[in-house]
Design a protein around this ligand. Sequence first.
Ligand SMILES: [Zn+2]
Length: 446
Amino acid sequence: MSTLLISGGTILTSDDENSVIENGYVLVDGNIIVEVGSGQPMASNCDEVIDASGSLVCPGFINAHTHLCMIFGRSLGSDRSLLHWLSDSQLPLMRALETEDYALSMELGAIENIKAGNTTICEVFVSPHYADGVDEVSIASLDRTGIRSIFFRCSNDESFLDEAFLETRHNIIKRSERLIRHWKNNARTRVGIGPLVPWGASADAFEDAVQLSQENNVIMHLHTAETPEYNDLVRQRTGKSNVEMLADVGVLGDRTMLNHCVHLSDHDIGLIAETGSHVIHDPTSNMLLAAGVAPISKLRSAGINIGLACDGPSCNNTQDMIQVMKDAALLQKVVTLQPDALIAKDVFAMATRGGARAIGMGSSLGSIQTGFLADLILIDTQVPHLTPMHDPMATLVYSARGSDVQTVIIDGRIVMQDRHITTVDETEILVKARERAVRARQCAGL
Ligand SMILES: [Zn+2]
């Protein structure tokens, strides 16, 4: 195993005490952090040394919900409500994409995430081209970039805004099992499952998903109570809220990630808390699509674990988790009129440990401590907008940007150095993505 030493930076550990180490070092052996401290380590001969003087060293961010499969739709159909934005622009564009476009979308999106310091992503994948094996091609493409990911293969069997996105229960099970089998021994690229939305899947399809999850030990993820329509659509069919219906079909539990959770009753919050389900918060997307404000203070008071997410590149419209941390904090302050409703260290914990817990990796990811996976980022603070730095945590959350991230290490491997991506050809991917996005838009008549 090769060793890597990062020395001289200010380390924001995101450990249980939220320790900050000035002039610290992190020693990595293979893909594991083996030593963290201040000053210099005992061992002096490392295979590679990174000088982190003047940098913040943080655990990589966990972007716990995105749709890289929709990246070609970035900036298309802006300023509409969620369901109109989907029906009028995004879904027609996705129909016009070909398999190679989805593969390219994964690469483009992974590069964008890495360049913003997001070392783990939850790709909530959906496509009308599952019959062409688009899921298999896409996950392989994502893996090639070196990013850590959970690829949630999502679909619905009963209703959606566009019929092309529906699959039979038989095909959902068969294709999900194939994907799970293929990737089961890969620790960095994992498969998850889930119906896409609670108003699109039958009770039987939910029960299939629960069974698949239990039999294969994979986690589940779905959109929940994002807009008022979400609850209305489910209530018309079942008389229940999103969360009540999910409780009925056995979906809630500590292996389930509920994304958005904006429109919840106190009863819903009680059900989420007592089942240990995880909530993922996407404040920037919620503002952009006018979805509403998630009751983060209430969820935190109920003891619910919360991760943070950008949501897709076409409904954020970037993959900048630093901006998302700031938006999360500001949004809670402005709606509660309480400056401490959500503070910098809370959102940092949500963007790191909270996300790790949500994907079942709370004891191995999302923190800089001995024995944890070496997913690390270096942020250059020697720039005007980060000067002076009286408080490193407040500087990170309220002043920094994703583009300040200089170096990214995932699973012990340097995947970006001085903003140069080392795993795939960024320039070639950008050129191709521009061409293919224009082609798809023309084909879709948009
Ligand atoms: Zn989403």
